[in-house]
Design a protein around this ligand. Sequence first.
Ligand SMILES: NC(=O)c1ccc[n+]([C@@H]2O[C@H](COP(=O)([O-])OP(=O)(O)OC[C@H]3O[C@@H](n4cnc5c(N)ncnc54)[C@H](OP(=O)(O)O)[C@@H]3O)[C@@H](O)[C@H]2O)c1
Length: 298
Amino acid sequence: MLSNDKKLIAVIGATGQQGGGVIRTLQAGGQFNVRALSRNPGQHRELADEVALADLDRPETLTAAFARAQGVFLVTNFWQQGADEFKQATAAVRAAKDAGVNHFIWSTLPNVEAISGGKFHVPHFTGKAKIDRIVKEAGFEHHTFVIAPMYYQNLVGALAPQLQSDGSVGWALPLDPGVRCIHMGDIRELGYIVAGAFAHAEQVGHGAYLPLVGDFMSFNEIVDTLNRQGHTFSYKQVAKEDFAALFPGAAEIAETFSYFQAHTYLGSDSNDRITLANKIAGRQPTKFSTWARLNVPI
Ligand SMILES: NC(=O)c1ccc[n+]([C@@H]2O[C@H](COP(=O)([O-])OP(=O)(O)OC[C@H]3O[C@@H](n4cnc5c(N)ncnc54)[C@H](OP(=O)(O)O)[C@@H]3O)[C@@H](O)[C@H]2O)c1
């Protein structure tokens, strides 16, 4: 039910992992009216107070998508075939500004090119970081950046353990398992940070960076945690060149791991940002061991 005295938040990516968490938290909190946006709104009628059409590749759909919204959450999907994140995000920023949106929250990632002095090329990170300036310079009354970690969910999805040539089940990755470098989290919990940011715009609406981090681990620690819970997963470090040839997109993943190993996922000391994000969320994010016990079946 829409209420006239609540601010309206429009959420791109509402049917996905990041936006889905945002929608669920905003709906449960009851402080805002929520508009879920999708390219196929008819298939997701139950998602939020309102469900409407938005296609980032068809900017003309964004005027109606953002109409009357005071807040917008934007995530773009690098992995979508043919997606141009810069073009999509620029169109969304422009449409939100034209619609009179006053708080824009962009799901960004670290600028790997800048952090590594041009050594590592990770477009799904750096491409998002390059959009930060567009958001900053658009002149919204409030804007906030959130940073998604490596999803715990990857470990039961795109990065699930595989049957290895020695008969074990586990991972063969181009990453030194002894290096603690992965900022991780339950991506469903990004919603607490985003909802908190919309609710505390004065505090974090002037360009704050809010990363979700439930745990900071090496791959050995990930495997040990799982194996203490009854699994028998293996880990083998493989050469970057061998991994990069395995499947489409593997080179990008291999380069991402090289960057993690050299600089960590967030690329710099982010303790103050993490502390602020947790304060704004009003809770501590779930640790990997707790998440794994519930979500990685024996
Ligand atoms: N996996 C990780 O560990 C990780 C970590 C940090 C960041 N990321 C980033 O997360 C992003 C993906 O987010 P996610 O995991 O939430 O994605 P997801 O679960 O795969 O869902 C993709 C979402 O994007 C929407 N979408 C795709 N193309 C669209 C378009 N043209 N117009 C409007 N909406 C569109 C889809 O909506 P409809 O289909 O309903 O239209 C869907 O809701 C990627 O850019 C990736 O780089 C991933």
